[in-house]
Design a protein around this ligand. Structure first.
Ligand code: HEC
Length: 278
């Protein structure tokens, strides 16, 4: 308990506006998170942080592995493949539009685009392909289109280490905005993302072990109950609703910046799209 309080105080000092590390870097933030997670999950390898809520016990991990040995949602992911492969009306495809035919690229998203001073997520890149090929964009909150498309498109980068880069003052500004949102208390419960996924990671809430922030970003979309797809922004939305906060719109700049900060915490961990969650 004491240790947690000290970590919280230290982070408060580090992260307060104008705090000790006004110019925090992804490397130093990641190191701070990893040190806290190591205390919350003694003896657990960082590569196992990706297990999310299943990190807590051997039986939970076994249950996860049982489902993942024959995932019931694979037919849905196949529908995503059809969306990916079906050419636009002009005959072009996503593979023609994206670098490297769309393979082994998702680990570089989200990234900072200086020309428009904004963060570009993988979903925005897919919509960018639709736009440049004269197709209407998909809505970020539509599971049947954007959701399934990312399920397949992200799987083409399975195994690629996440490599989110923050370089230059513009990128730094968006990174710090995302970080501010991660630490900002919100909603009627007055919780921040950090309250659950940093300070209380490892604690059990409603029968679920609160997962560490490091490792959360690498396996989207997730399939809750093995059947309902959640993109990152859908999961962020769910967490904000849980604390009775008004969620930011999916695909908004606030969520994009939050994703930028949040993803960089998992840098170096291998991507694996489409995993089972409770
Ligand atoms: C009241 C506690 C609480 C707060 C606050 C909270 N979450 Fe969560 N979050 C959960 C629970 C419970 C789960 C499901 C179990 C788990 O993975 O931790 C979860 C899951 C997640 C996951 C999926 C992890 C995985 O591997 O499946 C992500 C990503 C996430 N939260 C991000 C956030 C972000 C970003 C915020 C702030 C906007 C936030 N959470 C705020 C409780 C919370």
């Amino acid at each position: 308990m004491m240790r947690r309080a000290t970590t919280g105080l230290l982070l408060g000092l580090l992260c307060a506006p104008g705090g000790l590390l006004a110019q925090a870097s992804p490397e130093s933030d990641r190191a701070t998170f990893l040190a806290a997670h190591a205390r919350s999950f003694p003896g657990v390898a960082v590569t196992n942080y990706v297990l999310g809520g299943f990190i807590g016990s051997a039986s939970a991990r076994q249950h996860y592995q049982d489902i993942m040995s024959f995932p019931p949602f694979l037919p849905e992911v196949e529908r995503g493949r059809v969306l990916w492969e079906t050419p636009f009306r002009n005959g072009q495809t996503y593979a023609d539009c994206l670098p490297q035919g769309g393979r082994m690229i998702a680990g570089r998203y989200p990234y900072y685009e200086p020309a428009e001073d904004r963060i570009v997520t993988f979903e925005m890149a897919l919509n960018g392909c639709r736009r440049t090929n004269g197709e209407p964009e998909y809505r970020h909150d539509d599971r049947a289109t954007m959701g399934l498309l990312t399920a397949w498109a992200r799987s083409l980068s399975d195994g690629m280490p996440l490599d989110v880069r923050v370089q230059g003052p513009g990128a730094q500004r968006h990174y710090e905005n995302g970080r501010r949102l991660f630490f900002r208390r919100m909603g009627q419960m007055n919780f921040a993302c950090a309250t659950c996924h940093l300070h209380n990671a490892g604690a059990v809430m409603r029968m679920e072990t609160l997962s560490p922030a490091v490792g959360q970003a690498v396996h989207f979309p997730i399939w809750r109950g093995a059947e309902q797809l959640y993109t990152q922004h859908m999961r962020f939305t769910r967490c904000m609703e849980q604390v009775r906060a008004e969620p930011f719109p999916m695909g908004s700049e606030a969520f994009n910046d939050l994703e930028y900060f949040h993803a960089s915490l998992s840098n170096g961990l291998p991507l694996q799209a489409n995993v089972y969650r409770r």
